[in-house]
Write a protein that binds this ligand. Structure first.
Ligand SMILES: Cc1cn([C@H]2C[C@H](O)[C@@H](COP(=O)(O)OP(=O)(O)OP(=O)(O)O)O2)c(=O)[nH]c1=O
Length: 203
């Protein structure tokens, strides 16, 4: 890997911790972008656009970094994008909607160095058990849901609500590490890790 550090364009401590988890040294800068959802824009397109906007905003604050990384995560239910709840009341309402059913989580990661731009998407399905109103209220009172898309944190207390996950745990948490590592490898070497896709091979 190149010795220059990566620039993480994110105010999310989770994303920094996830990069640490796979040994990617980085410098953090906040990336303020307009997160308005466009009418008719698919959730996957929305998170990819925002991840790239954040990476571009981060790159504008570069020093000697090799590239800037941006990410975005959205919880999707019945075609609606559930972002971060504005207050406790909205958090409870989101949790009531998620209770006892499955939803989708779209997470995108983007890299740019001002010339090249690459984006990868991770999509997961998360099954919640039913959460009784009193339990929802207790969870919201912990404060955990308030800065999280969809009003929950898989890595926190909300783990007890999750019956099943199909997809990427790190993606649900905010930064899909498989896609991130693959993108960094491709960025630095021009080839994907392992030289190809394992699932293309014969079993
Ligand atoms: C669903 C879910 C989301 N989240 C978090 C990840 C993100 O921080 C947040 C989604 O909001 P984002 O807008 O993707 O990110 P952010 O505003 O926190 O950070 P930045 O834009 O500066 O990069 O929700 C969890 O921590 N756990 C979860 O299980």
């Amino acid at each position: 890997m190149s010795p220059a550090r990566l620039l993480l364009a994110s105010a999310s401590p989770r994303r920094s911790a996830l990069l640490d988890q796979i040994g990617v040294t980085h410098r953090v800068v906040p990336a303020h972008v307009d997160e308005t959802h466009r009418m008719g824009e698919a959730a996957a397109d929305y998170v990819c656009r925002l991840a790239l906007d954040k990476a571009r905003a981060g790159w504008r604050q570069r020093q000697d970094e090799r590239a800037a990384l941006g990410a975005d995560t959205a919880v999707v239910l019945d075609g609606d994008i559930l972002g971060k709840p504005a207050d406790a009341e909205e958090a409870e309402a989101m949790l009531a909607r998620l209770s006892g059913r499955a939803h989708r989580v779209c997470s995108a990661v983007a890299l740019t160095d001002g010339t090249r731009e690459e984006v990868r998407l991770s999509e997961s399905e998360v099954w919640f058990r039913a959460i009784a109103p009193a339990e929802r209220a207790r969870y919201v009172a912990t404060g955990e849901p308030l800065d999280k898309a969809g009003a929950y944190a898989i890595q926190g207390w909300a783990a007890i609500f999750i019956e099943h996950l199909s997809g990427s745990y790190s993606g649900v948490m905010g930064l899909p590490l498989y896609e991130t590592a693959a993108l960094l490898e491709l960025w630095d070497t021009g080839t994907p890790p392992g030289g190809g896709h394992a699932r293309d091979g014969a079993a």
